[in-house]
Design a protein around this ligand. Sequence first.
Ligand SMILES: *Cc1c(COP(=O)(O)O)cnc(C)c1O
Length: 433
Amino acid sequence: MNQISTKDMYQAMGISEQVCRFGEQIEAELKERFSAIDEVAEYNQLKVIRAMQDNRVSAECFAISNGYGYNDLGRDTLEKVYASCFHGEDALVRPQITCGTHALALALMSNLRPGDELLSPVGKPYDTLEEVIGIRPSKGSLAEYGIMYRQVDLLPDGSFDYENIRKAVGERTKLVTIQRSKGYQTRPSLSVEKIGELIAFIKSIKPEVICMVDNCYGEFVETQEPLDVGADMIVGSLIKNPGGGLAPIGGYIVGKKECVENAAFRLTSPGLGKEVGASLNVISSFYQGLFQAPVVTASALKGAIFAANIYERLGFPVIPNATESRHDIIQAVTLNSPEALIAFCRGIQAAAPVDSYVTPEPWAMPGYDSDVIMAAGAFVQGSSIELSADGPLKPPYAVYFQGGLTWYHAKLGILMSLEKLNEQKLVNNSLMC
Ligand SMILES: *Cc1c(COP(=O)(O)O)cnc(C)c1O
């Protein structure tokens, strides 16, 4: 047999021997960290299987439903599985929830009433929520419905500003929103333990306040989830971690029965709630995606840590850094020049299973004050559990990247990004040895 070696395969796909060797060396140093990630994945895999067993998932659950979707066994059972898995009383998991922003908007709009106040004790929320809340005026925002908003920023060292949080929790405070992932900000992401401390503090001031966690990008990164540490409701997107790359659409809300019920009455209609909403032909991908999610999340995490180590060694600032513990799957690398940012994204694109022949170009996007470049060769449009990267073409030329359905794909993508930088002499390649 004259089968070529793995190394030859990398070279045949455009990765030079030098980059390949550097990658191997970095990977070898990460054995312990990777094995810790595998341990988390193992625990979470058992958690998911157990939830499926406890709720008697059967082949009938994968039947396609249509119309009103009354008695949709697959949908109803999946919601029980999510509730069991994340330790909530109830869950709403639907293809009619179009994305993460929609799930968050739904959770907020259904649990708040005119005159109530929403508080974010962890600083500015994710960009798209600014319009939901009305921080940036928008049609249909919470502000238009007379719901007020307050924010307490994190302290400069990233810790909670307990003193000002205490002052901000008042008579009208009905719901507190806590974003687990930093998203595209520079603050640290929050561990589940930290979230628990914050919730305990808030509940000590006002026990009846609803604590909601924006769980996007955080699912299955740790063995605990926010409902384990006192949150009332967690909210997320199925085209991120919990969809396992297989869910083609959808969002979830899991938590207290009353919170979920409120959301269901808002998603469909008062009186109808969870009873309607056919799951069409996507339900089996929701099950299979959740089943895969712990391992997929582990792959994405390995990719993020691999990249942090590669680029930190080459002198680029990385957030989180090479050794920090991880609480979400996002990695930022400051590339210092537009050429390097473009080269990085072109490498990620060139390594994709889909649209690998496309060359990403920076372009103007609504909501951004500079051109933006994006790389994604995904099976599901916009899916950010799949390997993807983007960044605004302005100093410090930071790229944000995340995902990787398999570790091997994440690795190829990162090596290809480095290859593109190296080809253009944008890295100090004497450091690559
Ligand atoms: C992705 C994300 C959202 C919004 O989800 P979309 O699916 O993009 O609408 C909200 N919050 C955080 C922290 C996210 O990462």
